[in-house]
Write a protein that binds this ligand. Structure first.
Ligand SMILES: Nc1ncnc2c1ncn2[C@@H]1O[C@H](COP(=O)(O)OP(=O)(O)O)[C@@H](O)[C@H]1O
Ligand SMILES: [Mg+2]
Length: 228
């Protein structure tokens, strides 16, 4: 039996623009399995960011349901869901720029409800190290790190909460090809070694090709991409 961790069910959503309603998602449904790496492709304006906003409870569908482990996230509670079940990584990293790398990671650990055992700072250094950020860099203000390094800190921060679901909105979009490849390798490692479920919006066919399942957002629906 498939182990479905996350489900979008008959989701509809639109924006009112100039007094006119425009539908972006039209009864979209998809079930995501635990321990798989998904990518979502689609042209600019197709609704990818809107979809992630609904998936991460930043916004709410007009119709339909978002289910985590079979439970409607409204029932779990949007804040609880965001805090304890998922993490999101953005193209622009969204790090706190006046803190060091290790402080960014450590402060994120404080927000989960479950108790993280042991010394948080040591654990933060350890996670950063796994992501290729050594101590001397982890102690630097994040705005003194390269783009690739900042994104590694953002991935480490997402990991620090130890949540099963990681979403990303073009997290490699601001990185050069080599760095992007390294970050994707890290995502693959998270799926393989930690059984995380990752759903990344990407513009890159190359990133999509390297995921377990590629989806395309088209006419408000998700369809699986078959590579020739
Ligand atoms: N707050 C908003 N109000 C009105 N229209 C919006 C709003 N946000 C996004 N849109 C429109 O919805 C469509 C989908 O946007 P978005 O989800 O950002 O697409 P993508 O991430 O795929 O580029 C676009 O046409 C965009 O202009
Ligand atoms: Mg977008």
């Amino acid at each position: 039996m498939k182990d479905i961790i996350f489900e979008l069910k008959d989701i509809s959503y639109g924006y009112v623009d100039g007094g006119k309603k425009r539908n972006i998602l039209n009864k979209l449904s998809y079930s995501f399995e635990r321990g798989k790496f998904y990518t979502i492709l689609g042209p600019s304006g197709s609704g990818k960011t809107t979809l992630l906003a609904l998936a991460s409870a930043l916004d709410h569908p007009e119709q339909g349901q978002v289910l985590f482990e079979g439970e409607d996230i409204r029932k779990i509670g949007h804040t609880k869901f965001r805090r304890n079940k998922m993490a999101i990584i953005f193209q622009k990293y969204n790090l706190t720029d006046y803190l060091t790398g290790v402080e960014n990671v450590e402060s994120n650990m404080m927000i989960v409800d479950k108790k993280i055992p042991g010394n948080k700072k040591e654990l933060a250094y350890k996670i950063l190290n796994t992501m290729g950020i050594v101590k001397s860099k982890a102690d630097r203000n994040v705005n003194k790190l390269s783009g690739g390094e900042q994104q590694r800190v953002a991935v480490a921060r997402a990991l620090s909460k130890d949540v099963p679901l990681i979403l990303g909105d073009e997290p490699t979009g601001a990185l050069d090809t080599a760095t992007s490849k390294e970050v994707i390798a890290l995502f693959r490692k998270l799926v393989k070694d930690y059984n995380k479920t990752i759903i990344l919006v990407t513009h890159s066919d190359d990133v999509a090709y390297n995921s377990d399942v590629s989806l395309r957002l088209k006419n408000g629906l998700l369809e699986e991409v078959r590579w020739e």
